[in-house]
Ligand binder design. Structure first.
Ligand code: NAD
Length: 502
């Protein structure tokens, strides 16, 4: 068990009492890159107990001021930055994402989250009200308590950090469960927490599959909030499982985001952005622009350009500097994506490019599927309706602005979307009427805003990001102080009440 990676509970690196382990596989090569301990319910109970003790009013963690917590988050960001290459390499080996993506996107997203929430940790405020001469009222914000943070495999360090940073900034204690497929950079993050001097128990790490330890994280009576990022199906299970103890929920779920292209655009520029929106990370991005809606006048020309460009994407090993596209996360997920491609063909969509697993030479042991485009799709097809979470783009045509909005909204999801047009009025109208929480105009996936976002429909519940994302990790408590303490005279005889009771 010497090289087995461990959980971090109450400031200690621990093996699970299950004595089971799980191999972590590089999806590009099929090689085992690490072995991790496999947790069970007892480990979660231990982690919750540790978080509970660390949340006591007189604990080291609770005694820290917001400024001190902010400074600690800044230190964590600096330590991540110091290990940036090592962390990016590990993320690359574990997820199969291209190294240049993990190096310049994923790890910086984590650094950015800790710096942003470190910077605003001390900015949480309540309000006062003096509406009455007799009463001074105020609200104060307090941490919610113990938070279970459950993370998916597609953006492990970035997603974990996006929830951990505000949770800690607000003064909560946490138990983090990464996906059992991709725990490696989260383990590194906890090494950094230890090095930064985060008080024992403030942040705990448990390792294991959702089916093994998920339920305890959701139902444990001492857990106050669940922060879940993952599929809509699991999100629905979590709502049910957590209902008996009515926990606070933040759910960031799936998407099937529309990209609407009007006929006044520069086709090359749009195609470039559309490809970035769907094929970055091999389509394994929650906000991937997976439904392309093109106005009739440019449909044929745009499809021709798109198909040509997609056909020449350079598929390669994640560390190859020339590679533009890598493997999917696992054999199971690859089988699921390939099955959707078969479904699309059966449904009558026209496969314009891609569609096959790549098995030549080095690719044979990995999980590589060609970037795929289906054209002439209809809204009732499964490949248009369901989240594939892979490199599959569906293309539909529309004639009017209203038709584009109607098709865009014909989905159970409401995560993201985009509009491409030179007409600013049209762009803003589409943004107003498309029911998605995050919209881009003439760009896709461009990040840099520190504003919050909330999903529509079955894409989730709650607010992520920004100062509002920090407030989501607090309870708003109202306190009312009498400026003129007096008897209520409620329980008096009628005469006395007439004299000045309520
Ligand atoms: P998933 O729902 O299968 O798993 C997510 C996490 O939940 C994993 O850690 C898993 O072990 C755990 N889990 C599974 N079943 C559980 C249960 N019953 N109780 C508690 N935990 C459980 O999702 P995935 O396949 O890892 O990730 C892909 C999905 O995540 C896609 O649908 C994608 O759109 C979504 N996602 C959403 C966002 C967002 O911000 N909206 C971001 C990234 C990914």
């Amino acid at each position: 068990m010497k090289n087995v990676k461990r959980m971090f509970i109450n400031g200690q690196w621990l093996l699970s009492s299950s004595e089971k382990t799980k191999d972590i596989i590089n999806p590009a090569t099929g090689e085992i890159v690490a072995v991790v301990t496999e947790g069970q319910d007892n480990d979660v109970i231990l982690a919750v107990e540790s978080a509970k003790i660390a949340f006591k009013d007189d604990s080291v963690w609770r005694s820290m001021s917001a400024e001190e917590r902010g400074a600690l988050l800044y230190k964590i960001a600096d330590l991540i930055e110091k290990r940036i290459d090592e962390i990016a390499r590990t993320e690359c080996i574990n997820t199969g994402k291209l190294f240049r993506e993990t190096r310049y996107d994923d790890v910086y997203a984590a650094i950015g989250a800790f710096r942003f929430y470190g910077g605003i940790a001390a900015s949480l405020q309540g309000h006062t009200s003096n509406n009455s001469n007799n009463l001074l009222s105020m609200t104060i914000r307090e941490p919610i308590g113990i938070c279970s943070i459950i993370v998916p495999w597609n953006y492990p360090l970035g997603t974990a950090s996006a929830s951990i940073a505000p949770a800690l900034a607000a003064g909560n204690t946490i138990i983090v469960k990464p996906s059992s497929l991709t725990p490696l950079t989260t383990i590194m993050l906890f090494e950094i927490f230890e090095e930064a001097g985060l008080p024992a128990g403030a942040a705990n790490l448990v390792l294991g599959s959702g089916s093994n330890i998920g339920k305890e994280l959701i139902t444990n009576k001492n857990v106050n909030k669940i922060v879940f990022t993952g599929s809509t199906k699991t999100g629905m299970d979590i709502i049910q499982d957590s209902s008996s103890s009515l926990k606070k929920l933040a759910l960031e779920l799936g998407g099937k985001s529309p990209v609407i292209v009007f006929d006044d655009v520069d086709i090359d520029l749009v195609v470039d952005n559309v490809m970035f929106g769907i094929f970055l990370s091999q389509g394994q991005v929650c906000v991937a622009g997976s439904r392309l809606l093109v106005q009739e006048g440019i449909y044929d020309k745009l499809v021709e350009t798109l198909v040509k460009r997609v056909g020449s994407i350079k598929i390669g090993m994640p560390f190859d500097e020339n590679a533009e596209f890598g493997p999917l996360i696992s054999k199971e997920h690859m089988a699921c994506v390939l099955n959707y491609i078969v479904v699309g063909i059966r449904e009558g969509a026209k496969l314009a490019v891609g569609g096959k697993r790549i098995v030549d030479g080095d690719f044979e042991k990995g999980c590589f599927v060609e970037p795929t485009v289906f054209i002439d799709c209809k809204s009732n097809m499964r490949i248009v309706k369901e989240e594939i979470f892979g490199p599959v783009l569906t293309v539909q045509s529309f004639s009017t602005e209203q038709e584009a909005i109607d098709i865009a909204n014909d989905t159970i999801y409401g995560l993201a979307g985009a509009v491409f047009t030179k007409d600013i009025g049209k762009a803003l109208r589409v943004c107003k009427f498309v029911k998605s929480g995050l919209l881009w105009v003439n760009t896709y996936l461009e990040a840099g805003s520190s504003l919050p976002v909330s999903p529509y429909k079955q894409s989730g519940i709650g607010v992520m990001g920004g100062i509002q994302g920090l407030e989501e990790f607090t309870i708003l408590k109202q306190i009312n102080m009498s400026l003129n303490p007096k008897k209520t005279n409620w329980f008096q005889n009628d005469d006395k009440r007439k004299e000045g009771g309520l």
